[in-house]
Design a protein. Structure first.
Ligand code: ADP
Ligand code: ZN
Ligand code: ZN
Length: 811
């Protein structure tokens, strides 16, 4: 008997019987019947049949789909454990850990019956029916294959079945994604070449071919001459598996590893000791940008490899060419599998198999590379561990760091989390002894940190008379940079939530008086009334508090409230007008929609064909361009008004990252931060690159509200086509949550916040509400489980409920 996790939204596994003589280890996929359908599930445990949970007869596994487990046992167990924590059904979590499209699919087999054959022979069926029947031939075919050829065949198949001309039976279709093979040819071993060539004297084509072929298998075009050589036994033809998606030539010249700095040596020593001793230690490698973290990762990876063990390196998905990936390729060559979102399903599958078969010891990639199926891990590295991209926001809402932690624990290997601006939660756990902190406090080769200048936009002399987006000091800095033949990045952290909430004249922003979270403007439904510019309302999407929009800025009284539109496009125009001879490129969501455009603009900037790059968060990370000596941040405080308790943390991280782009080469870098809030800790401390103090301030701010890391959050999102039904579900389930708290079922200390409309109130015609549970780890989960159970009831038909434990964003 086997216990199977099926990919359906229920928090249970199910038992099935195996046929006599069949076996299926944990991690093997099986086809089973569930809820009136056939689905592909994953075996999570095998049990003696006496332990049957279900009364009555146990249903049988319809088909065992794998000979070998797709997931190693330790990985399977890690996924299940994190799934429990993430409130995700086990089958859905496991499906996320397996490369998509690689399982056989439930399908229907169609077979031509003797009556059908007779009818065909007598010419009794014509038109579409005839075509479909003809296409069947002698052997059984899969229905989806027939439908792919004849899209209109569904009705025809049903009619032909009723006529008794064909039969339809449950079966399986082959996986969509399969290994791809190619034919390769080589001269047969032990062939007497001279003799063979003599015998081909009358066949010059064959002779030439044979002479060209070697004893190493090579692909060749299948010609009659080649087939004749194979027929004669002179040449052997074999199928060879292709590996799709292997990275091309390394972009960087392969260089020798540098001598480590004393700080790097200390950090590496600690990590190396844990690798050698097979200890599951967690390290926070805290080092400013350019302090040599990547070098430490690489050295540690070498040590793991020397011990015969494998390595996973995670990088945030920034763009297809991430410099950490390039540098690993430069050092480790083809011992690397690269997994990123730009791969096709086939490429992903082939890279995955290289790992599964132990053919490459290093897997490097974005979030989902944490599922790399190694059985002998010696090291896991997460670079830029604070990055939000490590949290999945659909299906299995896991954080790669959590999977990494459990895998490292099982494998007995260290986990290294690297960052210049660690996640506040990570720093908290480090302060409480869960992680060991390793510091790289200086840039390599004593390169100076960039100087950061803060421009107070509230000061009239700095802002200038025109009230444009560029202050006088920033303009001056651009002039100087252009004159020196160096490059500038101008960064505008513009996200849609500042409308009607943030004043670009004075920097004032409206916040909730209960939660200290920025309010969000919601336009009213229906057509906009011209006589009422103030339609809509401002809401706190944490607690639901609301107020009316203001006609003028409450602080500076500027009539439009300065709450006008401003974006990269306007910035681009202003820059072009101010510096007519400069070559300016823009990088934002508009330009990156065109495929390849983003890469093209970046590449041009890399080659020095652009003087100024204007852009959104995309310009912030990862690009290491020596000639960039000036980075300007147009509105450093804008991110502080993002409706999230992490707004301060995100702003500090972003400003530090952006500043890190300046002065990567020999020339010292310079950063100009324009802001209305020069004293705000997230901005003032970014100027001095002072993470430790930022961390203390941030924690002190969160404490009174009980935000994480003091508590955990579970976010419940309600969505559906009917606005009323969604609101009703949100309100009713909030009531239920409050009853849960009174009933005291392990939910002490849990707070219910909301319900409130989601900041993005409407997406693709779905209305969205939300509810937050804030409190101790187990408590918030207990309440959330109960609410999800209730939400499946008929009273909430048409409303989808999604749960996210420890959300990174709540939009
Ligand atoms: P980080 O990952 O912390 O931003 P990097 O590893 O990218 O830092 O290092 C910054 C630069 O310094 C890189 O160009 C790298 O090649 C170089 N570097 C790293 N370690 C050393 C070292 N010990 N000696 C000389 N150069 C080094
Ligand atoms: Zn509030
Ligand atoms: Zn104002």
């Amino acid at each position: 008997m086997v216990e199977v996790a099926v990919p359906v939204p229920v928090d249970e596994t199910f038992d099935y019987a195996l046929l006599d003589g069949e076996t299926a280890e944990p991690g093997v996929r099986v086809l089973v019947a569930h809820g009136g359908r056939r689905v592909v599930g994953v075996v999570v445990a095998t049990k003696p049949s006496t332990a049957a949970r279900a009364r009555g007869t146990l249903r049988a596994v319809l088909q065992v789909l794998d000979q070998e487990p797709v997931l190693p046992l330790a990985l399977l167990e890690a996924v299940l454990r994190v799934a429990r924590d993430a409130l995700c059904p086990p089958g859905i979590a496991l499906a996320a850990a397996i490369p998509p499209g690689t399982a056989a699919r439930p399908g229907t087999k169609v077979t031509l019956l003797p009556a059908g054959l007779r009818a065909l022979e007598r010419g009794e069926v014509r038109g579409m029916l005839g075509k479909v029947l003809w296409s069947l031939g002698r052997r059984a075919r899969s229905e989806s294959e027939i439908r792919a050829r004849f899209p209109a065949a569904v009705a025809a198949l049903e009619r032909l079945e009723r006529l008794g001309f064909l039969s339809r039976q449950p079966g399986t279709d082959p996986p969509r994604v399969r290994p791809r093979t190619e034919r390769v040819y080589r001269v047969a071993q032990g062939l007497d070449r001279a003799l063979a060539e003599q015998s081909l004297a009358r066949a010059p084509k064959q002779l030439a071919l044979l002479q060209a072929l070697g004893s190493a298998p090579a692909p060749a075009r299948s010609t009659p001459a080649l087939r004749a050589l194979v027929e004669a036994g002179f040449v052997i033809c074999e199928e060879r598996e292709l590996v799709r998606g292997s990275p091309g030539e390394p972009l960087l010249p392969s260089e020798a590893a540098p001598e480590l700095t004393p700080h790097q040596r200390v950090a590496l020593g600690e990590i190396a000791a844990a690798i050698d001793a097979r200890r599951d230690r967690q390290f926070l490698l805290y080092g400013v940008t350019g302090s040599g973290k990547t070098e430490v990762y690489q050295r540690a990876a070498e040590i793991a490899l020397r011990n015969g063990r494998s390595v996973i390196v995670l990088v945030p998905e920034i763009s297809l060419t991430h410099q950490v990936v390039d540098r690993f390729r430069a050092r480790f060559g083809d011992r690397i599998a690269v997994l990123h979102s730009g791969l096709s399903a086939g490429e992903r599958f082939d890279q995955w198999r290289l790992i599964r078969e132990g053919r490459v010891p290093i897997a490097i990639g974005a979030r989902s590379a944490i599922f790399a199926p190694y059985t002998d891990l010696g090291l896991i590295v997460i670079d830029e561990e604070h990055d939000g991209a490590y949290k999945s926001d659909e299906g299995f809402r896991y954080h790669a760091r959590e999977i990494a932690r459990v895998r490292a624990e099982r494998a007995g290997c260290p986990l290294v989390l690297g960052s210049a601006t660690p996640d506040v939660g990570t720093a908290w756990r480090s302060a409480h002894g869960e992680l060991q902190r390793l510091s790289l406090p200086e840039r390599v080769a004593s390169r100076p940190m960039p100087t950061v200048e803060i421009v107070d936009m509230a000061s009239p002399s700095a802002r200038g008379p025109k009230r444009g987006m560029l202050s006088r000091p920033l303009r001056q800095a651009i002039v100087e940079t252009l004159a020196a033949g160096q490059q500038t990045i101008l960064f505008l952290n513009r996200r849609g939530f500042a409308a009607h909430v943030y004043c670009f004249s004075c920097g004032f922003a409206l916040r909730c008086r209960h939660c200290d979270i920025s309010l969000v403007y919601h336009a009213s439904e229906g057509p906009r009334r011209i006589d009422d510019p103030l339609e809509g309302e401002l809401r706190c999407h944490y607690c639901g508090y609301r107020e009316d929009p203001k006609s003028s800025c409450p602080s500076c009284k500027s009539p439009e409230g300065g709450m006008q539109a401003f974006g990269t496009e306007r910035l681009d125009e202003e820059v072009a007008a101010a510096f007519p001879s400069a070559r300016v490129g823009r990088l934002d969501r508009d330009t990156s929609k065109r495929k390849g455009a983003q890469r093209g603009i970046l590449a041009a900037f890399h080659r020095g064909e652009l003087d100024i790059l204007v852009g959104t968060q995309m310009v912030a990370k990862g690009h290491d361009i020596p000639n960039v000596t000036l980075v300007g941040v147009v509105a450093a405080d804008l991110g502080l008004h993002f409706p999230d308790f992490r707004a301060g943390e995100r702003t500090f991280q972003l400003l530090t990252q952006v500043a890190g782009r300046a002065g990567r080469g020999l020339e010292p870098g310079r950063v100009v931060l324009q802001t209305f809030l020069p004293q705000h800790y997230a901005i003032a401390l970014a100027r001095t690159h002072d993470y430790p103090r930022f961390y203390r301030e941030e924690v002190a701010r969160r404490r009174p509200h009980g935000w994480p890391p003091f508590n955990e959050i579970v976010h419940l999102a309600f969505s559906g086509k009917r606005a009323r039904a969604v609101e009703h579900a949100a309100v009713t389930l909030t009531g239920l949550a409050k009853t849960c708290l009174q009933d005291d079922t392990g939910s002490e200390g849990v707070q219910v916040l909301g319900p409130a409309p989601a900041p993005l109130t409407r997406i693709r015609d779905e209305f969205r509400w939300q509810l937050l549970l804030l409190g101790p780890r187990e408590g918030v989960r207990a309440v959330a489980r109960e609410l999800v159970r209730q939400a499946h009831g008929p009273a909430f038909a048409g409303v989808t409920v999604r749960v996210d434990a420890n959300p990174m964003q709540m939009l």
